[in-house]
Design a binder for this molecule. Structure first.
Ligand code: NAD
Length: 503
């Protein structure tokens, strides 16, 4: 499969169509766009969007239901592709790539008519005869750029939101998860309306050319460094963005907790998908005493999950590429290996590993691990853990384990992160009723469920007035007078309620 290919392929005449707008006259953007190999595609999709085709609810529902059929019809191919790309166990793929997407789809289909409704808003006395509402307007042509670690879920869940909100979409899957990229490019377009949805394949070069075009919204999932590149490209067109990024997610374990349960929940979150999860607990923060209790419990959890030799377990994945393997393997030199540590380059296998004696200055504490290695950093108490977290970039998730709810609350209240989960890992992401997204270095904006719909909808503030009753407008016209201002004040003022709103 050639990279930079558009699926479905456009008719020659459409593919060469000049972009709309200034058509390349005068602005640098226009000039760049007219040369972009994707300008014709973006222009074609914008024309479809402007035709109003994507607006009716029936159209959106039909496309969403087609996404459901894509998942059902291609289930085996998805299992095979993710097994080939990431050594993913069928169970993990069914859970994270299929069930999660189906849940999002059903949540959206169940609520779409309600979400789409105009939202009536409060009116001042002067506008009691008018109609004031928020219209959930689609943005137009949306670009969704996805990473490789959950190669179906991470384009499909945003795509559900973008379709539900009435947009046309270009999906750019990751070139790193090659088999899944090919499956998505070849199979998905036959389920969707070809006038409104397309898949573009390729890596840095193709995505760079794609980003030269003016989109109406860009939804990017990937690393903070590429997030900056995407936001810079978007800024040239003042295109709004959602950035779902990564980082290091701290996991605090207090001295009072059920060590066996903590070990199982942490090991599952860290070693699921061979650690290649943006919200995986990236490192543990605990006292030396707790570390001594946790090590045998973590060893037991790993044994229970993957047997004595995880390499032979059908449930333990592999690193996605040689480049990623070499990066993760280098991190093993930080601290001391307490559990695991074995590697096999030919298979891109890295055993579930726990590192101790890790210093904050060690290489593993400078970047997102994104592999099956769990470093433990020793702290004296919860205050030191909180200071440690707050002195670093704001993470995508913070985890806190304690039998004492006050301690969990303390970590929740005194830290800042995209999401939070007390006494477990990863599970907060499975609820479509919760927003999912980062803050600061871990991202910008949210999605999942209604939050996806809102992300891809512009809240258009609308006021509709009658043509008559001109006498009611008279006070606002010149010549101005104190009396007229008094009338306006009396009918338009928002008065401060006297009751205390702090309670
Ligand atoms: P990445 O940033 O390297 O790539 C993501 C996408 O951007 C790919 O489609 C890629 O083709 C494209 N891309 C890469 N370099 C580019 C460039 N220079 N210009 C334009 N486009 C470019 O990320 P990745 O390695 O695929 O994924 C891993 C990262 O994604 C981790 O940091 C992880 O935490 C993060 N992630 C975040 C979430 C989330 O929901 N917040 C989910 C999964 C992964």
């Amino acid at each position: 499969m050639e990279t930079g290919t558009v699926f479905p392929q456009l008719p020659e005449s459409q593919a060469k169509r000049a972009p709309e707008g200034d058509g390349g006259k005068g602005s640098v953007d226009g000039d760049t766009m007219s040369r972009s190999p994707f300008a014709g595609l973006v222009s074609y999709l914008r024309a479809s969007w402007l035709s109003g085709k994507t607006r009716p609810m029936e159209y959106r529902v039909a496309q969403l239901e087609a996404l459901g059929r894509f998942l059902d019809d291609n289930k085996q191919q998805i299992l095979d592709a993710t097994a080939s790309d990431l050594g993913k166990a069928p169970f993990e793929t069914e859970l994270s790539e299929i069930l999660l997407c189906k849940n999002e789809l059903h949540e959206t289909l169940n609520n779409l008519s309600r979400w789409m409704k105009d939202e009536k808003v409060d009116r001042t006395l002067a506008m009691q005869l008018d109609s004031a509402f928020i219209r959930k307007d689609p943005y137009g042509v949306v670009l969704i750029i996805a990473p490789w670690n959950y190669p179906i879920q991470l384009f499909l869940v945003p795509l559900i939101g973008a379709i539900a909100a009435g947009n046309c979409v270009i999906v750019k899957p990751s070139e790193v998860s090659k088999k899944t990229e090919r499956l998505v490019a070849e199979a998905l377009p036959s389920y969707l309306d070809k006038d409104c949805f397309a898949v573009v394949t390729g890596g840095v070069q193709e995505t760079t050319r794609l980003l030269e075009n003016k989109f109406d919204y860009i939804f990017f999932t990937g690393s903070p460094s590429v997030g900056r590149i995407v936001m810079t490209a978007a800024a040239k067109h003042l295109t709004p963005v959602t950035l779902e990024l990564g980082g290091k997610n701290p996991c605090y374990v207090s001295d009072t907790c059920d060590v066996t349960n903590v070990a199982r929940r942490v090991a599952w979150g860290r070693f699921f998908n061979a650690g290649q999860t943006c919200i995986a607990p990236d490192y543990l923060l605990c006292t030396l005493e707790m570390q001594e209790k946790l090590l045998p419990a973590l060893q037991k959890a790993i044994n229970d999950f993957y047997g004595p030799n995880p390499r032979e377990s059908p449930d333990f994945g592999r690193i996605v590429s040689d480049k990623q393997f070499q990066r993760v393997q280098r991190l093993l030199s930080s601290g001391r290996v307490a559990i695991g540590g074995q590697t096999d380059e030919a298979e891109r296998y890295i055993a579930p590993t726990v590192l101790v004696d890790v210093q904050p200055s060690d290489p593993i504490m400078q970047e997102e691990v994104f592999g099956p290695i769990l470093p433990i950093v020793i702290i004296a108490n919860v205050d030191e853990a909180i200071d440690f977290i707050n002195s670093r970039e704001r993470p995508l998730a913070v985890y806190a384990f304690s039998s004492d709810d006050k301690v969990v609350n303390q970590v929740l209240e005194r830290t800042s992160s995209g999401g939070f989960c007390g006494n477990d890992t990863l599970m907060h992401v499975t609820l479509p009723s919760l927003p999912f997204g980062g803050i600061g270095n871990s991202g910008l904006g949210t999605h999942h469920g209604k939050f996806s719909f809102d992300t891809f909808s512009h809240p258009r503030g609308c006021l509709k007035r009658g043509m008559g009753r001109e006498s009611l407008n008279a006070p606002r016209y010149p010549p101005y007078s104190q009396r007229k201002f008094g009338l306006i004040q009396a009918t338009s003022k928002v008065t401060r309620r006297s009751d205390c709103t702090l309670l």
